[in-house]
Design a binder for this molecule. Structure first.
Ligand SMILES: [Cu+2]
Length: 99
């Protein structure tokens, strides 16, 4: 991975881990359901940000290399398949999805 993308992805994932621990505590403490749902949604938004970073890294490295090596058709097929893992990535940018 490109070092800046790796650092950014790791920072965000570690933040999500902490956030998720807090959500688990909310469930254990039987907090008000909509309050928990709001936090789950925020975690999902954070994970979508990670996928945006991973996709950017992939396009800048693996995809560029594949095109240079004449594997354009195969990498485009794979890329379209990859986008299915991240519907939030290809949708409109919401406030939460901004870096
Ligand atoms: Cu890649």
């Amino acid at each position: 991975m490109q070092p800046d993308h790796q650092r950014s992805a790791l920072n965000r994932l570690r933040t999500v881990r902490g956030h998720l621990e807090a959500v688990i505590a909310m469930v254990e403490e039987e907090r008000y359901c909509p309050d928990i749902m709001k936090q789950v949604s925020a975690v999902q938004g954070s994970l979508e940000k990670v996928n945006r970073i991973l996709l950017q890294n992939h396009v800048e490295t693996c995809v560029v290399r594949a095109v240079e090596e004449g594997r354009s058709a195969a990498i485009v097929d794979e890329l379209l398949e990859t986008l299915r893992y991240a519907p939030g990535v290809t949708g409109p940018i919401t406030e939460e999805a901004h870096p």
